[in-house]
Design a binder for this molecule. Structure first.
Ligand code: MG
Length: 166
């Protein structure tokens, strides 16, 4: 019982933190649509939302969300110690730990996720472009990779499921 309660807290908090950082489930679902529409022309946003919801129930995904957002928030408040503070605050290109953390999400539904993640990270459509806008004054060094990874994992889930139906 106690364990179920702590799982509920993880789930609820990770979703709330995404919302507080300006990311809605629908924003991520639109990225899934962007990735999968060419393979499934009849794909509807509802199905993308469903797959994002499923990804968000995974504990490793919730852990990555909480860890990444916490570091972004601390960097915004200048509460990390140097030299980490400067690295995270300016989203230094060679840092790479933000991507490594996101890989724990990409992995959840198999290796197609890696291809999707790489693609969407280069294109930066929709919410990813917004998160990368440095003029907002917010720090999304970790969050942009996490959101791209959730979309990539949801796309893999959707692709696997459709394959199974054939
Ligand atoms: Mg990043």
């Amino acid at each position: 019982m106690k364990d179920k309660k702590s799982m509920d807290i993880l789930k609820e908090t990770s979703r709330r933190w995404l919302h507080e950082r300006g990311v809605e489930i629908e924003d991520i679902a639109k990225l899934v649509m962007y990735l999968q529409q060419k393979y499934h022309p009849d794909l509807e946003l509802e199905e993308c939302i469903y797959n994002v919801e499923r990804v968000l129930t995974k504990r490793e995904v919730q852990n990555a969300i909480l860890t990444g957002i916490q570091l972004d928030r601390l960097a915004e408040k200048k509460m990390l110690e140097e030299p980490l503070q400067a690295i995270v605050e300016v989203d230094e290109g060679l840092y790479g730990v933000d991507e490594i953390l996101a890989f724990s999400i990409v992995n959840v539904y198999g290796s197609i996720g890696f291809t999707n993640y790489g693609f969407i990270d280069k294109q930066k459509p929709g919410i990813l472009q917004k998160l990368n806008d440095k003029s907002s004054g917010m720090c999304h060094t970790f969050l942009d990779d996490i959101v791209g990874a959730i979309a990539a994992a949801a796309s893999s889930r959707l692709a696997h499921r459709n394959e199974g139906q054939q």
